[in-house]
Design a protein around this ligand. Structure first.
Ligand code: F6R
Length: 236
């Protein structure tokens, strides 16, 4: 494991963007696994800046997002598809058809999980997966207590996650109760993983995830077994 301590959010974002950028420069047709949430916003902003300067080319990159709420259309400002277009894809030269987010509107959600998992395999697997971490140790929407064995699946969001996500909605009742997420199994199959965490409120969970026992009660703890994990964190 490569543990990089950053000095504040800007530094964290630049360091994380450097890891993504190196991946894309070394393999222009990289398959990037991407996350939403507040943590990677600065990383995306930095990548956009470097793209605009001509330093990175995303024209052959393929992306696969970790998760999506069920029931929100792509044009809903709270959907993860909207978030990705807004914060990243619409500012760079990635081909829209090369950007993939689970379809939370699929009639048959189980079939959508299988389709998404097959898509990851058909694309040759994920070269670099970017992850944030929830206060309860979740990665994607893999909540504590879930099995480590799952591939892409449907989850019922637990109270902690509903509350954490309520800040983006008018009130907690508007937060969708279900989501599609890549499973721990899908995430662990990525060739490289970049875990980013920012703020004093993430220090305890990062410590547990990286140095504590590997247990489904702290889903991110499984990352200790990944052969190519980079953690970039700032607790300022
Ligand atoms: C987002 C995701 C979540 C977030 C996590 C941390 O696609 O899968 O696991 O990474 O909830 O969110 P922030 O960055 O908002 O603290």
């Amino acid at each position: 494991m490569n543990l990089i301590k950053a000095n504040g959010y800007k530094d964290l974002s630049r360091k994380a963007a450097n890891v993504v950028s190196a991946q894309v420069i070394l393999k222009p047709s990289s398959v990037l696994g991407l996350a939403t949430g507040s943590t990677p916003v600065g990383t995306y902003e930095q990548l956009i800046e470097w793209y605009k300067k001509g330093d990175i080319d995303f024209s052959r990159v393929v992306s696969l997002n970790l998760d999506e709420y069920c029931g929100l259309p792509p044009e809903d400002t709270q959907s993860y598809r909207y978030f990705m277009n807004d914060h990243f894809f619409s500012h760079i030269n990635i081909k829209p058809e090369n950007t993939h987010v689970p379809n939370g509107l699929a009639q048959d959600l189980e079939a959508e999980c299988i389709r998404y998992e097959n898509l990851i395999a058909d694309l040759g697997g994920i070269d670099l997966q970017v992850l944030g971490i929830g206060h309860n140790g979740h990665i994607g929407f893999n909540e504590p207590g879930n099995s480590f064995e799952k591939a892409t699946h449907i989850v019922e969001l637990n109270e902690t996650t509903l509350q954490a996500n309520a800040r983006f909605f008018k009130n907690i009742d508007e937060v969708p109760k279900k989501a599609i997420t890549m499973g721990i199994k899908s995430i662990m199959q990525s060739r490289k993983i970049l875990l980013i965490a920012n703020g004093p409120d993430k220090e305890e969970i990062i410590h547990k995830a990286i140095f504590g026992p590997v247990t489904p009660d702290v889903p991110a703890s499984i990352l200790q077994f990944h052969p190519d994990l980079t953690v970039v964190c700032s607790f300022e």
